[in-house]
Write a protein that binds this ligand. Structure first.
Ligand code: ADP
Length: 273
């Protein structure tokens, strides 16, 4: 594979409490990859390891043939951007917030943004669809609008790799689909490589090029959504009975949950399905 991001026998974490073990996977440039797995399986820890927030215990993270661990903060921020689940930006305007994405490009003793910075911020606010909100304070936006502003700020960093931590949690389906459509478009149009933590298996299956399934600090499975989202793996990892089918329009896998009531009442037997 022509890998753009290579995570190679990587480990990081909280020694004595929780560490990731021997994480290995590779991603092609421009791929949109979902990370799934139950709470506590290590998804956020992996993000913190890749972004450098946690130090490496073992192994390598290589982005476009460069070792991420060798990069300083500034160089790292020019190469990868993170959008967190909740954005606490207070009273600053959307434009000021998006301009913060330009900090890694400031020269020493440069206290104000340049005309280029303003143009870049404007470009990504346009692309993401928040330019009409640019003078509004961040804390006056809805959750969906804040996520969009967060994506615009991350794009203003002009990274090669974008890490998104559950961008659709707390959003209704209109905004979930709006954000995921946008992210898909960005990965395609900007050739941006995207790693996204996502809890909703159906959205993960519908939108992502491939999925990484985590379990107890390890990678259990990597592959196309149809390979990863099978009932055996899902049931083993999530300890929950599910039925998997194929979306008749998109051909992507869908996962149905079954309540305890139904499981008990119908003398549930998977083989009869
Ligand atoms: P996920 O994102 O898959 O829900 P996390 O990576 O957040 O999982 O957490 C994995 C494990 O690491 C959990 O058992 C959690 O308790 C532990 N953990 C997370 N943050 C810390 C921390 N700051 N100190 C110690 N342990 C932590």
């Amino acid at each position: 594979m022509d890998s753009f991001l290579k995570i190679d026998h990587f480990s990081c974490g909280y020694p004595g409490r929780f560490v990731l073990e021997d994480i290995c996977f590779e991603i092609k440039q421009g791929d949109f990859v979902g990370i799934i797995g139950p709470n506590g399986s290590g998804k956020t820890t992996l993000f913190k390891g890749i972004s450098g927030e946690l130090s490496t215990i073992k192994g390598k993270c290589i982005l476009n043939e460069k070792l991420l661990q060798k990069m300083g903060l500034r160089e790292r921020a020019q190469n990868l951007a993170v959008v967190t689940q909740t954005i606490e930006a207070g009273n600053i305007t959307v434009e000021e917030y998006v301009l913060m994405g330009r900090f890694p490009y400031r020269r020493r003793f440069q206290f104000f943004e340049t005309a280029d910075d303003l143009e870049i911020a404007q470009k990504y606010m346009n692309q993401v669809g928040v330019v009409h909100l640019k003078d509004k304070p961040m804390n006056a936006l809805s959750g969906g609008e804040q996520q969009l502003a967060g994506i615009a700020r991350a794009l203003a960093q002009e990274p090669q790799l974008l890490l998104l931590d559950e961008p659709t949690s707390h959003l209704d389906i209109t905004h979930q689909v709006q954000i995921l459509n946008l992210i898909r478009r960005l990965s395609h149009d900007l050739k941006l490589t995207i790693l996204m933590i996502i809890h909703d298996l159906n959205l993960a299956g519908e939108y992502c090029d491939s999925l990484i399934m985590m379990e107890n600090g390890t990678v259990r499975k990597v592959g196309a959504p149809a390979e990863v989202l099978n009932y055996e793996d899902i049931e083993a990892v999530y300890k929950t009975v599910v039925i998997t089918r194929t979306n008749p329009i998109s051909g992507k896998p869908v996962v149905f949950l079954v309540s305890e009531q139904v499981l008990n009442k119908k003398n549930f037997n998977r083989r009869l399905l």
